[in-house]
Ligand binder design. Structure first.
Ligand SMILES: NC(=O)C1=CN([C@@H]2O[C@H](COP(=O)(O)OP(=O)(O)OC[C@H]3O[C@@H](n4cnc5c(N)ncnc54)[C@H](OP(=O)(O)O)[C@@H]3O)[C@@H](O)[C@H]2O)C=CC1
Ligand SMILES: CC(C)(CO)C(=O)C(=O)O
Length: 307
């Protein structure tokens, strides 16, 4: 199976590395010092449960040079989506599936005008990874799960083939029957975690223990559920409370990736997290005052600190 990883950072480097280890023919699209390191020294995955090194990998900054592929793992930050989507047009053939593992619920709608409906397969990733240094991806914790599926709910041959490639590489993967709901379910949790930890500048432990911030966390997630339902997604009753119970099982020091970006003065995916909740709420008349407040508190940091 020939796979291109469009954006070989924390997420793409980790899953692309495991797919290559499992025997897939993987080409990593990267740039700058990270690309130079991948070419010179291969890819290193630092992980508490399963570290490994691929001494040589195929890496390029020019997707057009790759030729048609079976799968594109689309793993750039959300602000790079349109440019990266245009760059992969030459490698998307009639049988190619494009899986955006990005966060948020608007990602596939951003890809659709550029790539069309047919290549898109829905997907979510549950993992915590980052580029530790050029050529090196670090995984925090041991959680790793990849869920994907066709938007029409069918169990397609291309999804089955990709599942087999994932399992061969040691990825905990599964095919979903309702991938849109899966994407929203992750969104509920992620918006709660990112908004509450970033707004309070605190990891999740203290947030969930204090009654005021606990209520804020629950309220943020309840708004996402209401917006999702407004958009026709069958999120179950009590789903926000269910996610709060899940959050109670996380380590005290857990934060969202947006917290790391905020702390480091990097650009934020805020417009597609709490900002996305506000925008999508407005289109269906669902009020989102808590997410609006978080967005408005953080918006001055959304472009990152000037260099
Ligand atoms: N990391 C994680 O644990 C998780 C991340 N996600 C989501 O996945 C997405 C990706 O996140 P993450 O992997 O952390 O981000 P990273 O910044 O680590 O990786 C993205 C990589 O793509 C590169 N890139 C962007 N555009 C191009 C281009 N045109 N050509 C070549 N390389 C390009 C970036 O390069 P440069 O640095 O030069 O911009 C960067 O190396 C986000 O939406 C995030 O929310 C979801 C679940 C977990
Ligand atoms: C919460 C987590 C780590 C789950 O994958 C995530 O997606 C993020 O912080 O961006």
């Amino acid at each position: 199976m020939r796979i291109a990883v469009m954006g070989s950072g924390g997420l793409g480097g980790f899953f692309g590395g495991r797919l290559a280890r499992g025997g897939a023919d993987v080409v990593f699209v990267a740039r700058g010092a990270h690309l130079a390191a991948l070419r010179a020294d291969g890819l290193t995955i630092e992980s508490p449960e399963d570290p490994f090194v691929l001494p040589t990998v195929q890496a390029t900054d020019d997707p057009a040079s790759i030729g048609p592929v079976d799968i594109v793992l689309f793993t750039v930050k959300l602000w790079d989506t349109e440019a990266a989507a245009r760059a992969i047009v030459p490698i998307v053939g009639p049988g190619t599936a494009v899986l955006s593992l990005q966060n948020g619920v608007q990602k596939d709608d951003m890809l659709r005008p550029i790539l069309g409906d047919a290549p898109l397969m829905g997907a979510i990733a549950q993992i915590a990874t980052t580029i530790a240094r050029p050529g090196v991806i670090a995984q925090t914790g041991t959680m790793q799960r990849l869920v994907f599926g066709e938007f029409d709910g069918s169990r397609s041959a291309r999804a089955e083939r990709f599942l087999a490639a994932c399992l061969a590489g040691g990825i905990k993967a599964e095919i979903a029957t309702d991938i849109r709901r899966e994407i929203w379910q992750k969104f509920v949790f992620l918006v709660g975690l990112s908004a509450s930890t970033c707004a309070t500048r605190s990891p999740i432990g203290p947030v969930r223990r204090n009654p005021h911030t606990r209520a804020l966390l629950l309220g943020l997630m309840e708004e996402v559920v209401a917006v999702g339902r407004g958009h026709g997604v069958a999120l179950p009753d009590g789903f926000a409370a269910d996610r709060l119970a899940f959050i109670d099982t996380l380590p005290d020091g857990m934060v969202a990736s947006m917290f790391h970006d905020l702390a480091a003065g990097r650009r934020l995916e805020l417009p597609w997290l709490s900002g996305g909740v506000v925008d999508l709420g407005a289109t269906v008349g669902v009020p989102t005052p808590l997410n609006r407040t978080v967005r408005d508190i953080l918006v001055l940091h959304a472009e990152g600190r000037p260099a």
